[in-house]
Design a protein around this ligand. Sequence first.
Ligand code: UN1
Length: 498
Amino acid sequence: MATAGVKQFKNFIGGEWVDAVSGQTFESVVPATGDVLGTFPRSGAEDVDRAVAAAKQAFADWRLVPAPERGTILLRFAQLLERDKQQLTDLMSHEMGKVLAEAGGDVQEAIDMAIYMAGEGRRMFGQTTPSELRDKFQMSVRLPVGVVGAITPWNFPIAIPAWKLTPALICGNTVVLKPAEDTPLLAERFVELLSEAGIPVGVVNIVHGFGEEAGDRLVRHPDVPVITFTGSRETGILVTKAAADNLKHVHLELGGKNGIIVMEDADLDLAAEGIAWSAFGTSGQRCTAASRVIVHEKVYDELAKRLVARAEAMRIGPGWEPDTDLGPVINRAAIEKIDAYSRIGEAEGAQLLTGGEAATDGDLAKGHYYRPTIFGRVDPEMRIAQEEIFGPTTALIPIADFDEAINVANGIRYGLSSAIFTRDVNRAFRAMRDLQTGITYINAGTTGAEVHLPFGGTKDTGNGHREAGNAALDVFTEWKSIYVDYSGKLQRAQIDNQ
Ligand code: UN1
């Protein structure tokens, strides 16, 4: 189904740019306009098998390349991302839809992560400990695991591949990347830059296509011992089951239903700004987006008024236009899902304060735009307060006191990010301890995690792993404990040596 005049892109396997074995393709479409950016191989099991074979072969040497030398390549990669930042930012505003400032932030996050992981090449600390015995030395070291299968989402199309690939690579693993089918061109640029930075042949491979086809094969492939996946809870469960037969390491970064608590003593201007940014930034398509606002009754009306005013002032348009505040959502299915939740919210009896419909005026009709949507007087048990919508929709939930706020905040299946606006330091510290999320912000919104602290969540947001920071190394290495006896005689541990 290749379209005449549209550029055809390929997979990158063992250092070669190749079509899918089947010859099938799919299109990358601009969500703001419906224009086609290019066609990409619709890969199947055979393509994945080839990529895994290339990655397996490349692992034999890459694992032996000194980690600081691997770090030098990642540093060069960071410099190339920096060199092409403008171009990638512009492309992202087209292919994914986010506004320029956020697209630039996405690329910057990748640069920062690459720099951080380049530095890990000179750290990657293990432990040395004293021995129970004389003349014996012992230490632990991190060793790479092998071929990593990375399945990345469209919402952070440069940052998240960097979160996964740079730690995998610095640790000495090789990679097969299956990027989201909505943002294949950005993933292809990402891999081109890694190659330009000097990543050896076969160390990084990209296989485009769909989850049910290419992704499924990658997850099941017996020669891929590590799977790192960011996406929905439901797909995370499928990935876990599919990987179980081979007892793979599985790292999951799944959904969120992140709440911001606003207490009666909060700086309301600051809170309104933080909420608007967290709820509507990236059109709500962040796993860290604030889709619940848990607000004290005393300031409920005032905050609701300010948030509605902010939402209604947002300029909706293509991400690449400099005055756009809210870009499109990723595709038609997203519009349908978000809109279905607006109807569910109304049917549940929540008050629709603003939005609740697609934006289709003039040229907007060509793209997938949804008005920033706020529901008021939401009951914490309603579906719009429990389920991840992944769009520019947030739910205001009134509460009477701090304990209720914490209970409501925790009363969901997810546990990614949380926030509280308060001037009371005691409450702030209790919130830091009691909010059951992997990330908590004090007097800031729920988005904006930095690359050098662990990123991830509790409960159904994941499976106990974290990415980013040096926590990421745990996903991509095996610990090895090493004992060196230099006594020249057989010494036996854990027994009485008398
Ligand atoms: C995501 O939405 O999957 O903290 C990642 C943030 C960003 C990353 C979000 N740094 O919002």
